[in-house]
Design a protein around this ligand. Structure first.
Ligand SMILES: [Zn+2]
Length: 263
């Protein structure tokens, strides 16, 4: 697997848990054939970190946004600040998406109205800058599609991270133009929904990710996950689709090129 071109569409490289191992992590990624990592910001205070990582490392690209778990940071100025951060990045930074954004009504139901408002603003920012979005939606798919309708967004460029919803939701997401992205758990035979979605989605609408440092593939349980471990996701998708890892890796590479605007 070492020579497969690997693409991690969703990584939290600014997570403090990774800070002590970042130099080794990047060295290992190069050895293992990682071509691209999309570093997602979850909080306001990660925007600078992911932008400057993308300026310092050829393989790192950045997504700026605010995750539904961290909307305590989201106030009347946040949308303008996000526009400013995207419009005037640090020298050499490669900001190619808005993320991680979305709705999570499983564990954060109390902030429903704020989540909807923050997501609406961030979707409009993505539209205005013509950037794809990195979506985190959990137990909120009907509300998500209703919000798109309210905003008159019929097609949306981007991906649904850690996809594990039903086939009907997969169909609706694909119909809206979204890609489905899978991480470590898809390699676990018990992840029935994620595996069913990976089987259902056309290969040319699939991305691979790690969500590092979380959600390791089964063979890395007990460790912080790292972007190079995305090989396990490629292998799992190959097994599910009865394709070769080479074909899956090459198609994911092509999907990445088509989805993200490359400088
Ligand atoms: Zn994430």
């Amino acid at each position: 697997m070492a020579n497969l071109p690997l693409y991690d569409a969703h990584a939290h490289l600014a997570d403090p848990r990774l800070a002590p191992i970042l130099p080794q992590l990047f060295a290992e990624c190069v050895v293992r054939g990682v071509r691209r990592i999309l570093a997602n910001a979850a909080r306001r205070d990660e925007w600078d970190a992911v932008a400057s990582l993308s300026a310092r490392h050829d393989i790192v690209y950045a997504a700026l946004g605010m995750h539904p778990f961290f909307l305590a940071d989201w106030d009347d100025h946040s949308a303008d600040e996000l526009r400013q951060a995207i419009a005037a990045p640090p020298p050499g930074a490669k900001i190619i998406a808005v993320g991680e954004i979305g709705l999570d009504f499983l564990s954060h139901r109390d902030s429903t109205a704020k989540q909807l408002a923050a997501l609406a603003q961030q979707l409009l920012i993505a539209r205005d800058f013509d950037l794809p979005v990195c979506l985190h939606n959990r137990k909120a798919w009907p509300e998500f599609f209703a919000l798109l309708k309210d905003l008159r967004i019929t097609t949306l460029r981007g991906y649904c991270h850690h996809f594990g919803a039903s086939r009907d939701i997969a169909r609706q997401a694909l119909d809206h133009g979204l890609h489905l992205s899978f991480c470590g758990p898809v390699a676990d035979p018990n992840s029935r929904r994620a595996r069913a979605a990976a089987l259902y989605a056309p290969l040319d609408r699939i991305l691979s990710e790690t969500d590092c440092p979380d959600l390791p593939a089964p063979q890395y349980h007990g460790q912080l996950s790292q972007p190079w471990q995305v090989h396990a996701v490629v292998q799992a998708i190959a097994d599910i689709k009865k394709a070769t890892p080479e074909v899956v890796a090459a198609t994911i590479a092509q999907n990445w090129q088509e989805l993200f605007t490359q400088p």
